[in-house]
Ligand binder design. Sequence first.
Ligand code: 4NP
Length: 165
Amino acid sequence: MHMTQPIRVLFVCLGNICRSPLAEAVFRHQVRERGLEGRIEIDSAGTSGYHRGSPPDRRSSETARRRGIELTGRSRSVVADDLNRFDYVIAMDAENEGALRDLLRASGGSARVHRLREWDPQPGDGDVPDPYYGGPRGFEDVHDIVERASAAFLDHVVREHGLHA
Ligand code: 4NP
């Protein structure tokens, strides 16, 4: 039984239907695999309200399901209070990160804002590409990137907070 506050992690993309629900589910799976459930709370949101209330994109869900990962939740917009409530707010691309930094300044929040691919051992241009208007291959690529980068991000969180199962 751990009496400490959970570490709170929020993943953010534009629509909260493709990339961030995937990052949320992949990260949750990796946290569970390491026996750290209960120590880390995980959610996702979008910088836009375009798809508010919608379930995850079917293409993202089906790619993930083939790999044993279930996407959950409904799209919601990121709000100023998220920058207070969450310890880490993790953007998928530079545009999301810019929007989050504006919100961080406006809210006076204390969250650490990062881009997920800062931890990717093969970071490319630093963005998780937006797969929305692309073909199925884009969703496979995004899944590979998210799996790899989020495992490395979890290593970082574990080290920074001295977590162990
Ligand atoms: P996401 O993908 O940001 O990874 O959820 C997108 C979803 C919807 C749109 C763009 C990107 N859109 O323009 O509606």
